[in-house]
Design a protein around this ligand. Structure first.
Ligand code: TXA
Ligand code: MG
Length: 356
């Protein structure tokens, strides 16, 4: 198959009441095997018809994504899940009732109708229903389930604005629906419900605490828990193995109690500056004024992990656009969305973690 560069059209839409004509134009592109990026409540997704193998192959090409890492399939109506999955375990119905639409992806046994490329040859399939009117109306108008990985070049931080999508994918996809910046800022939580107890493969927009309120038992995959690279060997989710979320700059993550952590950040900044590098610090509102570096970006207050999650990926991209060589990043508390933020930061650092 041959993939060619093309003109990428920008379609600006209202995030709450999107213009149906623009949505239909984008939906027609999807129906014809095209690629359309669109906002969800988490991050921007890059969509293709999940049941069209050639469209999904084009999706992997556009993102330069390794073909062993399947994207999530997005639906707009729960009854459409029947085409995709072999069965829904009865104790899992409650999760769909409570969390869909929303930032929770469920991994099921797949049905035979799904092309192998859509699930990277796996016997399972990851499905979610996004909570965003642009995404939902696009899926509805296209009439097909939509495979949609995050709309970034593979390995880069996910896109939380249409500009990020353009920076990475201009000329490689048909259109971007611009519905403004996304709300949550980190991707959905991926929960494997083919195992007992259900297991979180990727922490994300639905917190572990919220899942525990509904499920009697739920486990964090060892890879998520330990946060070290050795756990990659036992990865269950293909996406765990690949480099991810990384800015071009080298990123060092400092973990530990706040006071010693700040001292370490100051020390590392000094060391890198002495080496004539352009240094950035990824800080928080409580600490940002204490640092002197080429740029200091605050993700938000340490007491407001939702804001931190929302700003994370844009901050990582900002360091690159400012030509920073090395970023020293603070760790944040691991509760609520903090678990997802720390997972992204650890992976962005390539496990280059300094514990104090
Ligand atoms: O919030 C989100 O989930 C965003 C928006 C666009 O919906 N999408 C997203 O997709 O983050 P993607 O493709 O970038 O991440 C999908 C994750 C990867 O870690 C992948 O390995 C995992 O889900 N995954 C997909 N299919 C799987 C399967 N059958 N079993 C286990 N993990 C799977
Ligand atoms: Mg991704």
């Amino acid at each position: 198959m041959c993939f060619a560069m093309k003109e990428t059209i920008l379609l600006k839409v209202d995030p709450i009441k999107p213009d149906l004509l623009k949505i239909r134009r984008a939906a027609n592109m999807l129906k014809n095997g095209g690629l359309v990026a669109f906002p969800t409540e988490t991050v921007y997704g890059l969509g293709a018809d999940a049941l069209n193998a050639n469209a999904v192959k084009a999706l992997f090409w556009a993102k330069k994504r390794p073909i062993d890492n399947p994207p999530i399939v997005h639906i707009e109506d729960r009854k459409n899940i029947n085409k995709l999955v072999a069965f829904v375990p009865s104790q899992i119905e409650i999760l769909m009732e409570q969390f869909w639409p929303g930032p929770l992806t469920l991994v099921f046994r797949r049905s035979d109708m799904v092309p192998a490329v859509t699930v990277a040859g796996l016997e399972t399939i990851a499905v979610r229903m996004p909570k965003h009117e642009v995404a939902l109306s696009l899926i509805r108008e296209s009439g097909c389930p939509i495979s949609a990985p995050s709309a970034n070049l593979s390995g880069k931080p996910s896109s939380t604005t249409a500009n990020h999508v353009f920076d990475d994918l201009n000329g490689r996809i048909d259109a971007v629906l611009d519905g403004g910046p996304t709300q949550i800022g980190v991707e959905s939580t991926v929960l494997d419900v083919t195992v007992d107890p259900p297991t979180v493969l990727r922490p994300g927009g639905t917190s572990l605490e919220a899942l525990k309120e509904v499920l009697r038992r739920v486990r964090l995959h060892a890879y998520v828990k330990t946060g070290n690279e050795h756990a990659i060997r036992i990865a269950r989710s293909p996406g765990m193995k690949h480099i991810h979320y990384a800015p071009r700059a080298k990123l060092v993550l400092v973990e530990g109690p706040l006071n010693t952590l700040m001292e370490k950040v100051i020390e590392l900044v000094g060391t890198y500056k002495a080496g004539e590098l352009r240094v950035g610090v990824l800080a928080t509102d409580e600490t940002a004024s204490k640092y002197e570096a080429d740029i200091v970006l605050s993700m938000g207050s340490r007491f407001d992990l939702e804001t931190i999650a929302r700003n994370l990926f844009a901050s990582l991209r900002k360091f690159d656009s400012e030509g920073i060589d090395v970023v020293v990043a603070e760790s944040v508390p691991m509760d609520g969305l903090g678990l997802a933020v720390m997972n992204r930061l650890r992976r962005a650092s390539g496990y280059n973690i300094v514990k104090v």
